[in-house]
Design a protein around this ligand. Structure first.
Ligand code: SAM
Length: 240
């Protein structure tokens, strides 16, 4: 009888482990946030992220699901990774830092230009009411949409199109994030931002120094811009 229970216990442990360990990257994700992003943990001089909700969202979103199979083992490393079509999923730190700059709130409606893999949209979806995201490369937009659906992100809507012109139908937005670099701030994005809203955008264009720029629209409708840090993004393409 004792032997029977021993065998039964071993069997139960064997079937319990795979379900508990279904997300095998859990430790990597905690390590990524602690050593690359969290202001309390990083030691390499970069400006760390302090917003606890943003840090928690970065711990929750399964970044490896947004990375092509051959790069999965590098999902939580401190760098951008290729996602095909000469595009990249941004470095985790930049995703977190840009998200913090937007100051996301539960009731917010956010526009993202440059869906890519859908990772930034998923991070935002953990924090706000709804994310509208636009991708110019059809194949990337469609696969991001499928991925977000499979991962049960119900509050993200993907559209294929040129995000330079924003998405008027759902405007105005509490916050707008652009994850590809134009050489100037698209006027339609300013127009679609709510008074009091924030726009985070890398500005600088191809082969030029790009500056991550925070744009704030005052309640009175005037615009203030601040260059936050130098960055490297793929260019914002399209026929504008
Ligand atoms: N946010 C993405 C993620 O989390 O994976 C990474 C974005 S990647 C750095 C930039 C993306 O912007 C690319 O997928 C690119 O095709 C897209 N893009 C470039 N120009 C665009 C435009 N005019 N409208 C919409 N998307 C654009």
């Amino acid at each position: 009888m004792k032997r029977f229970f021993l065998i039964l216990a071993t069997f139960l442990v064997c079937i319990a482990i795979p379900s508990q360990g279904a997300d095998t990257f859990d430790d990597d994700r905690k390590w990524m946030v602690k050593t690359q992003i969290d202001a309390e943990g990083i030691t390499d001089g970069r400006i760390g992220v302090k917003n606890k909700s943003v840090l928690e969202a970065m711990r929750r979103v399964l970044r490896h699901e947004f990375v092509p199979d051959r790069y999965k083992s590098q999902s939580y490393v401190d760098m951008p990774l290729p996602i095909g079509y000469d595009q990249t999923i941004s470095q985790p730190y930049i995703v977190a830092y840009m998200t913090e700059l937007l100051d996301p709130k539960k009731e917010h409606k956010v526009l993202e230009v440059g869906t890519g893999s859908g990772y930034q949209a998923a991070v935002l979806a953990e924090l706000v009411k709804h994310v509208y995201t636009i991708e110019i490369i059809k194949e990337l937009g469609e696969s991001a949409e499928e991925r977000l659906k499979r991962l049960a992100y119900k509050n993200v809507t993907v559209k294929i199109g040129d995000g330079y012109f924003g998405w008027e139908e759902h405007a105005p937005y509490d916050a707008i994030i652009v994850t590809a670099a134009p050489d100037h701030i698209p006027p339609m994005l300013l127009h679609q931002l709510k008074p009091g809203g924030k726009l985070v955008i890398p500005v600088g264009g191809r082969f030029r120094v790009q500056n991550l720029t925070l744009v704030q629209k005052t309640e009175a409708g005037s615009v203030m811009t601040r260059q936050v840090m130098p960055v490297v993004f793929v260019p914002l393409t399209g026929k504008h």
